[in-house]
Design a protein around this ligand. Structure first.
Ligand code: URP
Ligand code: ZN
Ligand code: ZN
Ligand code: ZN
Length: 461
């Protein structure tokens, strides 16, 4: 009987606090020992010399197999998590969305069924409240106890959006029961005004999706949600901040000492409004909400990530084939909103964050893994490499150079918004609970290996 199942040998271990050379002994899916030099007493030895050994990525904002805009996002929990794993992500938190007239429990069960037997990495679920009533309020404490410790409200989208009273009530009940409320912040009425106006004027091309949702649409809603959270003394998480208008609201509230947190996504750091001007119907590739912003926002967004105004980078992965996007060929309002990104998050953040000196290796680990684990109640089981933690580990090869092409990805969709992007460094090996599921970039895992994560209360960071 060997002492360990696996030893990862000779790599440079990077955590949110530290970088050091060492060996990691893994047993029963957990990190068992970390030493500068472990004796080769293991079933399997993985050589990580000259490579970084980092906590597996955590992407707390994905939409797999999601009904949206009259169709479904094209990655399900199998294809989507395979793509995630190949990109160095070992945990996702997806959104279970309440159907009108149904309970949160039904939403949770529906999404558990979508994931079970399919996911190849571990997953948690946020609950998206779309139809609030007395019974739903009463349900919330029970759902939190079952591991659904975070909630999400859409301030826009017909059929999903909630009004400010619902937002306030949810903030109160969720926080009283140790959970966290998140919002998609955009002003519904402003969007409706511009959308109707453009339609009437015959302005129907994809770029008018972006022009109907200017920065202030997001800034206003983020500011309003933050003020409501302040009023009722609840913590709040703002998803997919795209621009200075919303991020500056988060910044101000944090400076005042309020428990407000937020994320951005690679697309808001690396793509811009200019993409909507691509010829033909190409602009539809980038139709997402909030939309891509003017480039002038980039420095502010990178800085916000570096200085902890924003705590992490998620993807909002919500892919649709171009055929699906064509539902909006005659009117931008009918283009399903969302774009792929689950596979490239880690590599993009390493190249454009660390290599381009926007932040250091510790911040890279914080924004891609540790902070998501903390905020969404999974730390220290997930989000770090420490004795007792799940052995969710990525061996990252900083010497690999790649140019992004749709063909090299595993996402179930026919384009990537990051086509042509140069990458320096890429995940080589991905391990989930001690099992190697990606080896030399090839998926070698097993359908259904992923487990549901019962999440605890958020940490306010
Ligand atoms: O356009 C987007 N972001 N689609 C996914 C749903 C959402 O708003 O997060
Ligand atoms: Zn050597
Ligand atoms: Zn959203
Ligand atoms: Zn989303």
């Amino acid at each position: 009987m060997k002492k360990f199942d696996t030893i990862i040998k000779g790599g440079t271990i990077i955590t949110d606090m530290d970088s050091f050379k060492g060996d990691i002994g893994i047993k029963d899916g957990k990190v068992y020992q970390i030493e500068s030099d472990l004796k080769d007493d293991a079933e399997k030895i993985i050589n990580a010399e000259h490579k970084y050994v980092i906590p597996g990525g955590i992407d707390p904002h994905t939409h797999l197999d999601m009904p949206f805009g009259g169709t479904y996002s094209s990655d399900d929990f199998n294809t989507g998590t395979i793509a995630a794993a190949c990109g160095g992500t070992t945990t996702i938190v997806d959104f279970a969305i309440q159907s009108k007239g149904k309970t949160l429990e039904e939403a949770a069960n529906t999404w558990r069924k979508k994931a079970e037997g399919k996911a190849v990495i571990d997953y948690g679920l946020h609950l998206a409240v779309t139809d609030m009533n007395e019974d739903v309020i009463k349900e919330i404490p029970f759902r939190i106890k079952e591991g659904y410790s975070s909630f999400k409200l859409f301030m826009t989208y017909d059929g999903l959006r909630v009004t400010d009273d619902v937002l306030m009530n949810t903030l109160i009940v969720v926080s009283e029961n140790g959970g966290l409320t998140g919002v998609h912040a955009e002003n519904y009425y402003a969007i409706k005004y511009f959308t109707d106006k453009f339609k009437e004027e015959g302005k129907i091309e994809p770029k008018y999706h972006a022009l109907s949702r200017p920065d202030l649409v997001e800034g206003e809603a983020a500011g309003r949600a933050i003020k409501l959270a302040k009023l009722v003394g609840a913590p709040l998480y703002i998803v997919h901040n795209s621009c200075e208008a919303s991020t500056s609201e988060v910044k101000r509230a944090r400076e005042e000492g309020y428990p407000i947190m937020g994320e951005t996504c690679p697309q808001y750091l690396l793509l811009s409004y200019d993409n909507y001007e691509e010829p033909g119907f190409n602009g539809a590739k980038y139709v997402m909400s909030p939309p891509l912003r003017d480039k002038s926002n980039w420095p502010y967004m990178w800085e916000s990530l570096a200085d902890d105004t924003l705590q992490l980078v998620a993807t909002d992965h919500c892919p649709f084939f171009m055929k699906q996007k064509e539902m909006g060929k005659d009117f931008f309002g009918k283009i399903p909103n969302g774009a792929p990104g689950i596979e490239l998050r880690m590599a993009l953040m390493y190249t454009y964050g660390v290599v381009e000196k926007k932040f250091d290796l510790q911040r890279f680990v914080q924004v891609t893994s540790t902070n998501a684990a903390k905020i969404f109640g999974m730390y220290p089981k997930k989000g770090t490499i420490a004795v007792g933690s799940d052995a969710d580990i990525v061996i990252f090869d900083t010497n690999v150079e790649k140019t992004v092409k749709q063909e090299i990805l595993h996402e179930n969709v026919d384009y990537t918004p990051f086509e042509g992007f140069k990458l320096k460094g890429y995940p080589e090996t991905t391990m989930v609970r001690g099992k190697v599921i990606v080896e030399n970039g090839q998926f070698v895992g097993e359908k259904g290996y992923g487990e549901f994560i019962m999440r605890e209360s958020p940490m306010i960071i």
